[in-house]
Design a protein around this ligand. Structure first.
Ligand code: CTP
Length: 414
């Protein structure tokens, strides 16, 4: 992003006690270079890693460490900072501050200011791999995500503790990009967003088709693409329902969540909401087949070979295409060959307005990746092509395109 892109924005950066505190210095420097008014709050332990003077020099503002150190008698500094913030970043975020945020603790300057702010919050966790994976930390992260807190996901690599794994703080550039995206969204979203007043139903994840009470057939879908679309729709102002099958990432806050297992359950969840929907996005990886018989009791081993007979599941997208009146329908096509012909065929057969196709054999595309490369088709052929973008960026572009198309169709361009 260019210099000056954050001019006029106040960004509060909370620094907690971890080795990665030195990377927060680079982040503060970059935010300041882009014109932001950066206010740094450090925890007591953060000051053991980097001196407050470093952050003071880089932000050109005094650094706050002590809640009782009130320098300006006209204001109460934690409330003043909380109110002024357009964005609050916590980087690095230790397991301790994440727990405090999740449970509403306020026992120092940073945690108290975090509790008092209504600004969007971006958290960049940094900790040992086992700490990050600990169920308590994961539960706290989920709780925060449900409340709308955003994350700059930690990377995988060598950690200061000697382990190699997930827990290394995201690079300053990544945090910066996430911060800019969050600010842009908040500026463009809400009541003024291009999807304001629209109802969007998104499906995500892989369906589970049960064989017996303890066994099932599923697929590799992580749900990331569908979740990114649900988040993008929310941020562009829509009222969103996310129909989620099996997913391997946290579900977003600020959207209605409907959990389902099978294709059959997903069909009902979508159809119940179909009438009221303006846009329906079928990003889920729905099983095409399910066991013809679902055993009520656990299947016991007997013979050397066991045959499971499969039958077709309902095609949810095709059913939506049949029932569609005014709804804007977006389907997905994961292909390994003849991308264009297959995608166009799906678009016509299932009566979609758009089909988002990707070649799942390409690196950085498809299941379980954070990025994707897609070609979007409409009835006229290729409508857009987006290469190696984050799923979040693809979600935003796709939903902006859908908003434009819907508005144009209603004779209300723009
Ligand atoms: N889909 C669906 N219900 C199903 C299967 C698929 O709604 N039972 C939707 C998916 O959510 C996706 C689109 O259909 O949006 C394309 O899925 P895919 O399985 O690639 O389509 P098929 O037409 O089944 O293609 P293929 O012939 O390649 O199996």
């Amino acid at each position: 992003m260019e210099t000056g892109s954050l001019r006029g924005r106040t960004i509060v950066v909370g620094v907690t006690g971890g080795i990665a505190a030195y990377k927060a210095a680079a982040l503060v420097s970059r935010l300041t270079q882009r014109g932001a008014d950066v206010r740094v709050i450090m925890t007591e332990s953060a000051t053991r890693f980097v001196a407050p003077l470093t952050f003071q020099a880089l932000s050109r503002n005094p650094v706050h460490t002590d809640i009782f150190d009130e320098r300006d008698p006209a204001v109460i500094s934690h409330i003043d900072l909380a109110d002024r913030a357009d964005l609050f970043i916590v980087a690095p975020a230790t397991a301790n501050i994440i727990a405090k945020m999740a449970h509403g603790l306020a026992d120092d300057m940073l945690s108290t200011t975090l509790l008092a702010t209504t600004a969007p919050i971006l958290v960049a966790p940094a900790m040992n791999v086992h700490m990050y994976a600990h169920p308590a930390v994961q539960a706290n992260l989920r709780l925060l995500a449900e409340r709308g807190v955003r994350f700059a996901e930690p990377g995988t690599g060598p950690l200061a503790c000697g382990y190699v794994g997930k827990g290394r703080m995201a690079e300053p550039e990544e945090i910066l990009a996430a911060a800019e995206a969050l600010l842009a969204e908040k500026g463009a979203g809400g009541a003024k967003g291009p999807l304001a007043g629209r109802r969007v139903v998104v499906t995500a994840g892989g369906t589970i088709e049960r064989i017996d009470p303890v066994r099932y057939i599923t697929n590799d879908s992580s749900g990331k693409m569908g979740i990114a679309i649900a988040e993008a729709s929310r941020d562009l102002g829509a009222e969103v329902t996310l129909v989620a099958a099996r997913v391997s990432v946290p579900l977003p806050g600020g959207v209605e969540i409907v959990r389902v297992e099978s294709a059959e359950e997903m069909l009902h969840a979508v159809m119940e909401r179909f009438e009221g929907a303006d846009i329906v996005v079928k990003a889920a990886a729905v099983a095409d087949y399910r066991p013809a018989v679902r055993h009520a009791a656990k299947v016991k081993k007997k013979e050397d070979r066991l045959t499971i007979e499969l039958e077709r599941t309902p095609d949810i997208l095709a059913e939506a295409g049949r029932r569609k009146t005014r709804q804007f329908l977006i389907g997905f096509a994961a292909e390994t060959e003849d991308l264009e012909a297959n995608a166009m065929d799906k678009l016509r057969r299932k009566n979609c307005d758009l089909v988002v196709a990707n070649d799942v054999t390409e690196p950085g595309a498809g299941f379980n990746t954070d990025t994707n490369s897609v070609i979007v088709f409409d009835a006229g052929g290729r409508a857009a092509e987006w290469t190696l973008l984050t799923k979040r960026e693809i979600g935003l572009r796709l939903m902006r395109l859908a908003a434009e198309r819907l508005a144009a169709r209603e004779g209300n361009p723009g």
